[in-house]
Design a protein around this ligand. Structure first.
Ligand SMILES: NC(=O)c1ccc[n+]([C@@H]2O[C@H](COP(=O)([O-])OP(=O)(O)OC[C@H]3O[C@@H](n4cnc5c(N)ncnc54)[C@H](OP(=O)(O)O)[C@@H]3O)[C@@H](O)[C@H]2O)c1
Length: 330
């Protein structure tokens, strides 16, 4: 089968697109014929070696996929040949990745693709929708009527946080870096979209929510806790999920006097039950058209290295070149 893989961590040029043996599904695995995958920042950290993980050799890059069940192991009972499925959490913790014509996936990680939802949509939503759900629902317990802020309303995670928060019934404020991106964030349902390059974000947030922000989702890799805690409502919650190397100062007094709470998580550490609970809601919202992916572009497998470079330049280098996801089609 054709696959995009590395023999050792390093720059995007280490990605080889070539032939590898087609995997055989294990007893409780399903062999999926992959139709579409999507790039996530974690793919680039693992590929570069910035995040050290046990890697199969060769290591196929990528966490997400959407495709069709080709075969199932003897103990895999949830899906049958021909079913359309999506998943995330491959390509981490020693599992093989998804950027290949076929992937053998534990059935506990697979979810059905709702009728009418395309492979590109399912792949582009996979990791980012599960991430948004885990943070908003499992951790912060976001409720209808609350006010949420998220940086990067057209980013991979941010665009899902905006839409899932709206599906829950929340007032949503977001920030983005261009007028085009602000318009896109509004199209996802943001009630207020602020240009972080030209506007005074704290002033605009205060005007919109003088009583404070109930849930602050931080996508930035260097959070400004002084600013954020001052904008939180009493008993406000803050979600941290980016910036492994960040060590910013923290305003202890203002935080506890307001009775605030702080949540941190890595989505790939969630249990398969937690992930399935999230996927069930995501599928319901996808089927109802309440959430849709923010897809920047679709590339062929042969351009996986280009996709990694673009993702790195945008997420880590802050080039602003991407608005959302790069989908890679098989
Ligand atoms: N913990 C987990 O489980 C988990 C899961 C998924 C992702 N992550 C991490 O979360 C981060 C975001 O991931 P992603 O896939 O959403 O990346 P992304 O698509 O590159 O999004 C990053 C967003 O940040 C915005 N941004 C950059 N500087 C900003 C600023 N000063 N103010 C406001 N917004 C700003 C960008 O907005 P513009 O484009 O408008 O500039 C962009 O929308 C990454 O570090 C990733 O590794 C963690």
């Amino acid at each position: 089968m054709r696959a995009a893989y590395i023999n050792q961590p390093g720059p995007p040029e280490n990605i080889v697109v070539g032939e590898l043996p087609t995997p055989h599904p294990g007893a409780d695995q399903v062999l999926v014929k992959v139709a579409a995958t999507a790039v996530n920042p974690i793919d680039t950290y693992i590929r570069s070696g910035a995040v050290a993980m046990p890697l199969p050799k060769p290591f196929i890059v990528g966490c997400d996929l959407a495709g069709v069940v080709e075969a199932a192991g003897p103990d895999a009972k949830r899906f049958k040949t021909g079913d359309r499925v999506w998943c995330s959490c491959q390509g981490v913790l020693g599992r093989q990745g998804t950027f290949a014509e076929y992937a053998a996936v534990d059935e506990s990680f697979l979810y059905p693709i709702p009728e009418g939802v395309t492979d590109e949509t399912a792949a582009a939503c996979a990791l980012v929708s599960l991430t948004a759900h885990l943070g908003l629902v499992r951790d912060a317990g976001l409720k209808a009527g609350e006010t949420l802020f998220v940086n990067g309303g057209t980013g991979g995670v941010g665009s899902m946080v905006v839409q899932i928060s709206k599906a829950i019934g929340t007032r949503v404020v977001t920030a983005a870096g261009s007028e085009e991106k602000l318009a896109k964030a509004r199209s996802f349902g943001a009630d207020l979209a602020i240009n972080y390059k030209t506007d005074d974000v704290p002033v605009r947030v205060n005007e919109f929510a003088p009583e404070g922000i109930n849930v602050w989702w931080e996508t930035l890799r260097e959070p400004d806790f002084d600013r954020t805690v001052s904008l939180l409502a009493p008993r406000g919650r803050m979600i941290l999920m980016a910036g492994r190397d960040a060590r910013p100062p923290f305003p202890v007094g203002p935080f506890y006097v307001k009775g605030c709470q702080l949540y941190g998580f890595a989505m790939f550490a969630a249990t398969t039950d937690e992930l399935r609970t999230a996927a069930d809601d995501v599928n319901r919202w996808l089927a109802a058209g309440q959430i849709k992916p923010c897809i920047d572009r679709v590339l062929p497998l042969a351009e996986t290295a280009t996709a990694h470079r673009l993702q790195e330049e945008s997420t880590v280098g802050k080039s602003g070149k991407l608005a959302g996801k790069i989908v890679v089609k098989l």
